[in-house]
Design a protein around this ligand. Structure first.
Ligand code: RIB
Ligand code: CA
Length: 328
């Protein structure tokens, strides 16, 4: 089967790193570029992390730096004041602890990012491509939304857009909003209503298939390669940071962004996926950034968004392990 050409848009952090490694190991996918965006960390860090991981995996794939601020949300003063925010940063004895580290513990890359902005790259590449290209977006959707605003016709040039974002019944950054959508709600609304064919992995769909215990992580490590050990250590340290920041008894973690690329690299691991009408609240109140799914039943067949409700955990875990073993 011919490999699908994919652009990976991310805010590398720990779970984005697993998703990128999985895409690079997959037989189904040819990652043609990585675009970076703010989110887990400022875009300086997410760009540097993308370069570090690509060099660590000996891949000479171009990286394009993207947006470092949301489209408009920071223009509204006090927009963050009225929510019960998840604590994603603390300073303990003068040391900053954040849920995602600024720099992946990998050697600095000798490469630099390309000169073009990620949005320019997305528009020029999609508009000049003879075939539709797939895109995976695992951070705030700012780059995709800005590119759509500049050149709406890219919507017809994207085959499928795979997104990690939103929560069906729960949030993480706030009681109702997931981090990627919360960081740029307007971008999420623009993208989800753009008409692009979207496969969306919300918090619950990710939890169903990509939750990893310490034992699961040890199994990854047992593959014995430098990549397997790096990923395992990343996940162990992610759990440790979660224990410090908000859940002392936490002993597992969800690899959200890896779950989001599963429909592309291991579609047989998708158990329950439904086409539904999706919107995103961007009015700055308690529900700011919330994914709103209209389940009243009418019009859902006209939606361009498919939501992953459940993944097959065994197949998801097996997929990563078998790829790591194949890439020994
Ligand atoms: O809510 C989880 C999402 O927010 C993931 O993409 C994670 O990397 C963070 O960006
Ligand atoms: Ca991410």
């Amino acid at each position: 089967m011919e490999k699908k050409k994919v652009i990976f848009d991310c805010d590398i952090g720990c779970d984005d790193a697993v998703a990128l490694a999985a895409l690079l190991m997959s037989d189904n996918v040819d990652v043609i570029a990585v675009t970076t965006v703010f989110g887990n960390r400022p875009v300086d860090n997410t760009t540097d992390n993308a370069l570090r991981l690509l060099s660590f995996m000996y891949r000479d794939i171009p990286v394009y730096r993207g947006c470092n601020t949301p489209m408009v949300r920071t223009l509204t003063r006090g927009r963050d004041l009225n929510t019960r925010m998840e604590r994603i940063r603390m300073v303990i004895d003068g040391k900053e602890i954040t849920i995602h580290e600024a720099t992946l513990p990998l050697p600095e890359s000798t490469r630099r990012e390309e000169d073009r902005h990620a949005c320019s790259y997305l528009i020029e590449t999609l508009m000049n491509s003879e075939e539709k290209l797939d895109v995976c977006a695992t951070g705030p959707l700012t780059n995709i939304a800005m590119a759509l605003r500049l050149e709406p016709r890219i919507a017809e040039k994207i085959g499928t857009l795979y997104i990690m974002g939103g929560g069906l019944y729960i949030g993480n950054r706030t009681p109702v909003a997931e981090a990627n959508f919360y960081d740029d709600p307007e971008a999420a609304e623009i993208v989800l209503t753009s008409g692009i064919e979207i496969v969306l992995a919300p918090i619950e769909g990710c939890h169903s298939g990509a939750t990893y215990s310490q034992q699961d992580i040890d199994e990854i490590d047992s593959v014995g390669t430098p990549l397997a050990h790096f990923l395992a250590e990343e996940l162990r340290n992610f759990i440790k940071r979660c224990q410090i920041l908000f859940a002392p008894d936490e002993n597992s973690c969800c690899i959200y962004d890896y779950a989001a690329v599963i429909p592309l690299i291991a579609p047989d691991a998708v158990r329950d996926i439904r086409r539904e009408i999706c919107r995103v609240d961007f009015y700055g109140g308690m529900a700011d950034g919330q994914l709103v799914v209209d389940r009243r039943g009418f019009d859902s067949d006209h939606s361009s968004v498919q939501i992953i409700y459940e993944l097959d955990s065994e197949k998801v875990h097996e997929n990563l392990l078998s790829m790591l073993k194949r890439n020994r």
